[in-house]
Design a protein around this ligand. Structure first.
Ligand code: CP
Ligand code: NVA
Length: 325
């Protein structure tokens, strides 16, 4: 911490223990001291990227338009473990896109923190943040994608099935949602074949399916299939993955979806059709008795919690790499 006016301790300490309520009580010297120290601190701030690893604690600004347990805690704990810290920013408090434009929020945050994560309703919001921030922005779940979830999913899959990814098949059963979109791309890129079973009308976005199929075909050799029959999807699968039938923001559709998805539960009967040593994955939160039976969740609980733990490690790795360490 740089010091100022070190020749005159009385002046240096003129702020010590004082409150700031009105500038009427503040002296010219006190203001000068703030400005002088601020200039020093600014130099330190602007030169922080040339410092040694985590010499200057890094800050993550976490914008949340939706609830979270795993994402928030793993980011916050991860930043502390890396020697930095995180600030939780409820989008409703910030007024993201209402009190202030998303672009201005991104530009202003870039001046104070080192990295931003954003959980948003509309994918366009995280795109706009990334376009207008001068620091890295992480999609912490949008209506389209949940990319950081997919890193933890892959780590858990590979820990449990330490064979070449090209020999692995992951089956997804349920809604063609943000989690599936991320899985389609992540699996296709890594060479893991993926087969998803979704009801008619709840298929994943065709852009994601097409992109995954092209990557599988042209680059990795992964087979990508979207079907309607869960039994067909899980056939020969090494891992069976599911997620809630109604995502955050779709709560009003829960009842309607429960009827449509009732044959898309990952239960003991369905697991009999996968490989006998297949693992079960779930991004959580889980709705037992809906997308997953209580019994299957109980049997595979450790793996699912390992998957949740891996959110911490993969996000620490991502942030370290983004910040250049
Ligand atoms: N899987 C996941 O992202 O969990 P949270 O919604 O609790 O962050
Ligand atoms: N598809 C779910 C994932 C939660 C982590 C949702 O968007 O609510």
């Amino acid at each position: 911490m740089p010091s100022v006016n070190s020749n005159n301790m009385e002046l240096t300490n003129s702020w010590r223990g004082k409150s700031l309520v009105t500038l009427l009580d503040v002296t010219k010297i006190q203001i000068e001291q703030i400005l002088e120290l601020s200039s020093e601190l600014k130099k330190l701030h602007l030169s922080r990227t040339t410092g040694k690893q985590w010499e200057y604690p890094r800050t993550l600004g976490m914008l949340f338009e939706k609830p979270s347990l795993r994402t928030r805690v793993s980011f916050e704990a991860g930043m502390v473990q890396l020697g930095g810290h995180a600030i939780n920013l409820a989008a409703s408090d910030v007024g993201l896109g209402t009190r202030e434009s998303t672009a201005d929020v991104a530009a202003a945050l870039s001046r104070w923190v080192d990295i931003i994560s954003a959980r948003v309703f509309r994918h366009e919001t995280v795109e706009e943040l990334a376009e207008n921030a001068s620091i890295p922005v992480i999609n912490a779940l949008s209506d389209r994608e949940h990319p950081i979830q997919a890193f933890a999913d892959l780590q858990t899959l590979f820990e449990n099935k330490p064979i070449t990814p090209n020999q692995l098949k992951l089956a997804y059963v349920g809604d063609g949602n943000n989690v599936l979109h991320a899985l389609l791309l992540a699996c296709a890129k890594m060479g893991v074949s993926i087969s998803a079973a979704c009801p008619e009308g709840y298929f994943p976005n065709s852009d994601y399916v097409r992109a995954a199929m092209e990557i599988g075909h042209n680059e990795s050799g992964a087979a990508v299939a979207i079907v309607t029959d869960p039994a067909e999807a899980v056939q020969n699968a090494d891992a069976v993955y599911t997620d809630v039938w109604a995502s955050m923001g779709q709560e009003s559709e829960s009842e309607h979806r429960a009827e449509i998805f009732k044959n898309y539960q990952v239960n003991a009967e369905l697991m009999m059709k996968a490989k006998s040593d297949a693992i079960v994955l779930h991004c959580l939160p889980a709705h037992r008795g809906e997308e997953i039976s209580t019994e299957v969740m109980q049997i595979h609980y450790k793996t699912v919690m390992d998957q949740a733990e891996n959110r911490l490690h993969t996000q620490k790795a991502l942030i370290s790499l983004m910040l250049g360490y």
